[in-house]
Design a protein around this ligand. Structure first.
Ligand code: AMP
Ligand code: ZN
Length: 461
């Protein structure tokens, strides 16, 4: 069966046909690096990671690009407030972002282009020049350049907005921007005093690119004029992605994107995430409260990307206990399997659920049904060793998509390090340290027992 995904543009589920299978070109809008990314952003990135991993599981070769927006109104405001050059201001947030990706086990994209890279700035200016030449864009009196939306009849299709009026209609004189039409958006923003020294030379005078053209330039510059899948959070649909389509298609004359996928926004404790509401979490905040990257990953992953997801601390606790069940299951399967050769097991249901527009709830349902049924048979002693070995192989296979298991041997690295330390303490007959380490291992969710053959660990129930 073909893979099927919901296309925001068509508003329906479609069979997936990349232009040049098995290659799949994906562009994902990345973070604006003026702050630490929050867990709402990470819902989008975890969803995109699941998409990539499942496509790869199905034999596709994915080339994914994720941009870093390192120049826009927010980054400029931030660097001015901090009294730092733009690059110095954004550098630590870029570094933090990569650390967070790793903690959440999000596969690195093939390219992480930065908007301020001179190669991309040049391409942005080139694209704007083409748009001006073709009559799709105009320079306003202040030196800013705007896209003329009435020249692109498809403008508004992605968002399903009745934009005809806006597109064709009333010319609005906007004092601030001198735009021909309120809906026209900036491709190039003329340098203003608030920009400080953040400016590039262009045929229209000094200034900086608009956010939308940044993505069009990086996407088409790296992946070419046609992209198989473009993703983002639902807030990106309008105006950002609508503008990306208009700019790119007016320059290249080709269909920019075959499949548009957007995840629903993450809610936190039932409402919109906001600093003022006290429900604004970064991954760092959660780590300080004792939640691991894989627990946060699981909590974000476990709800299908198009469903609303309400992120709560209870939800994290549920993620923790689900993961502990999987850990315990793996350990039990390994004990039952011994050295037996793995048998083929009927595990297709998991991947088939993901084929259906990443139906992760059904996929995890399959996993937990399997876990329950085999646990029951292990209770009875009726699960053959070869079958247990087969489920272990299966679990490792689906974990290339889920990425939620512990490291090798099922024991997390942090616990393995503590075990080693404890072994040394015991060898030195330092019983006090040994006890302290036992408690620390327990805090990590593992019970350690001392046997004749050494320490033995099991996940805490
Ligand atoms: P930004 O840094 O605001 O440009 O956002 C980066 C990515 O995170 C974009 O794809 C956004 O659509 C996405 N995003 C932002 N807030 C949320 C949220 N609360 N839930 C899900 N995705 C979000
Ligand atoms: Zn973008």
């Amino acid at each position: 069966m073909a893979l099927r995904f919901f296309n925001t543009l068509a508003r329906e589920i479609e069979d997936f046909h990349p232009a040049e299978p098995p290659l799949v070109r994906i562009y994902t809008c990345g973070p604006t690096v003026y702050n630490f990314a929050h867990i709402g952003n990470f819902r989008a990135y975890v969803f995109e990671d699941l998409l990539q991993r499942h496509l790869e599981f199905r034999g596709h070769r994915v080339v994914r690009v994720m941009n870093l927006t390192d120049v826009d109104d927010k980054t400029i405001r931030g660097c001015r407030a901090a009294g730092l050059p733009l690059g110095e201001f954004t550098a630590p947030f870029k570094a933090a972002f990569f650390e967070d990706l790793e903690a959440l086990r999000i596969k690195r994209a093939a390219h992480f282009p930065e908007a301020t890279d001179p190669v991309h700035i040049r391409r942005m200016i080139e694209m704007i020049s083409v748009l001006v030449e073709k009559g799709h864009a105009y320079r306003a009196e202040d030196g800013s350049v705007y896209f003329r939306i009435r020249t692109f009849p498809a403008y508004g299709h992605l968002a399903h907005f009745p934009l005809d009026q806006l597109r064709d209609g009333v010319r609005v004189r906007n004092d601030e921007y001198e735009k021909e039409n309120v809906g026209d958006f900036a491709l190039w923003k003329a340098r203003s005093p608030e920009d400080g020294d953040v400016a590039w030379a262009s045929p229209w005078g000094e200034g900086r690119p608009g956010w939308h053209i940044e993505c069009s330039a990086m996407a088409t510059g790296i992946l070419g004029p046609e992209i198989d899948i473009h993703c983002g959070g639902e807030d990106n649909i309008f105006p950002h992605h609508e503008a990306e389509i208009a700019q790119s298609e007016c320059v290249t004359g080709r269909r920019f994107v075959r499949l548009w996928m957007h995840c629903r926004h993450l809610q936190v404790e039932g409402s919109k995430m906001a600093k003022s509401a006290g429900n604004f979490f970064t991954l760092r905040d959660l780590a300080e409260r004792g939640w691991s990257g894989r627990e946060v990953r699981f909590a974000l992953l476990a709800v299908r990307y198009r469903e609303p997801l309400n992120f709560t601390l209870d939800g994290l606790a549920a993620a923790r206990s689900s993961l502990q069940r999987i850990d315990a299951w793996r350990q039990r399967l390994a004990e039952t399997a011994g050295q037996a050769l793995p048998l083929e097991v009927p595990g297709e249901g998991f991947a088939e659920a993901l084929d259906d527009d990443l139906n992760i709830s059904a996929a995890l349902g399959f996993l937990f049904d399997t876990l329950r049924a085999t646990n029951r048979r292990m209770d009875d002693g009726t699960l053959p060793a070869g079958e247990a070995a087969g489920w272990l192989v299966w679990l490792d296979g689906i974990d290339t998509v889920l990425a939620i298991q512990h490291g090798e041997g099922g024991i997390p690295e942090a616990v393995a390090a503590l075990l080693k330390e404890r072994e040394a303490a015991r060898a030195a007959k330092d019983w006090a340290s040994s006890d302290v380490l036992r408690d620390r291992i327990l805090q990590e969710g593992w019970i350690v027992k001392d046997t004749k053959t050494g320490q033995k660990t099991t996940p805490a129930p």
